[in-house]
Design a protein around this ligand. Structure first.
Ligand code: SF4
Length: 58
């Protein structure tokens, strides 16, 4: 069964330093790519994955 939600998800994000972030609550992109943090095997969510679509505001 295909449970894909491609094209119909809302991306919540608190990363204010990103150019695509809206008021510390949402991402303005239609989609993002989440990438694994290379070499990390802690199982801690904050360490295992990274937003590969991040773009610095400055
Ligand atoms: S691109 Fe990634 S880091 Fe930037 S606002 Fe969107 S989800 Fe957040």
């Amino acid at each position: 069964m295909n449970k894909s939600k491609a094209g119909c998800q809302t991306i919540g994000c608190k990363v204010r330093s990103c150019a695509y972030n809206y008021e510390g609550t949402n991402c303005e992109l239609d989609s993002i790519m989440v990438q694994p943090n290379s070499g990390c095997h802690t199982g801690n969510p904050a360490e295992e994955s990274l937003c590969g679509s991040y773009k610095s505001r400055v």
